[in-house]
Design a protein around this ligand. Sequence first.
Ligand SMILES: [Zn+2]
Length: 306
Amino acid sequence: MTGQETPPVSGEPDRRWTISDVRGRGSSLEKGLATVHSMLLQAADGSEFRLGRINTSDCEEHKAEIIAVAGPRRFDRCPICLAPDPSSDEHVPPKAIGGSVMTSTCQRCNNRFGSVLERALVDWWEDAIGSVLFSHESVRGARKTSRVLMRQKDTGEFALVLDGGSIDSEIMQRMIAQPDFAMTYSPPDARRYRLAALKSAYLGACLLTKSIPETPEAIAIRAELMAVRDLPRRARPNSSALCDRLSITKSQGPAVPGEIALVRTNPSDGGASEFAISLSRTLMVSWPIGGYLVSVDDKADRDRSY
Ligand SMILES: [Zn+2]
């Protein structure tokens, strides 16, 4: 990828931008926003633009009817591996995308999924890329930088925002003189983030059915999650028919923490409606555990836009 945009640089007199009106994680009372959701940049000459999330088709509006909502619940076993007396607070979905503590899992499941899978889900959800290397024809070798967020200007052009860290100074100086550089990166691993979404949706289904389900689909999901949990840390999970079937859509927040809802989606293209689980209204995943809908109660007839 050859970048057209240079990130805003502080400390360079010619290119200093004033950043204001920042919305993002930790910047306001809104929960479940990306690390940088939006901000206003103003140049010394008064020109300005707004930087925000990328407009993508998977963030399109979904008309969804809420069928039932789930409350927090603790089970007498870890809902994933069935070990007794789970003691670790489990955010559903992950906290970084607006989840709150909804149940308990065992310590092993809690730790391992967080480090192995959920980081990829958060990166995918907030359009972040990792292992970023910048290179420039007049600098020897590629230079590593921090995690990078893909964003978009209000004029439609793409922009890169460094999530902490900085670009190597040699590369940066040349970028300013001649903004033509190469960038390589790793996008979030789809196998990992789809498994993380499956895990959150499965836990959501446990909460909605107030049980640890015994459907064939639920048993298969537990087996798959357990196999991934016990992989060596750097091993890549196998692709999975279970995960490939899932429909996973994201909404850019803010979140409604604690809202785990069974919804019926009504696609705008007139396709058949389907059941899905809405997690904090930031993530929606197709109903994963098969024919258990009959035991879901607490009907709520509300139309919601995502
Ligand atoms: Zn467990």
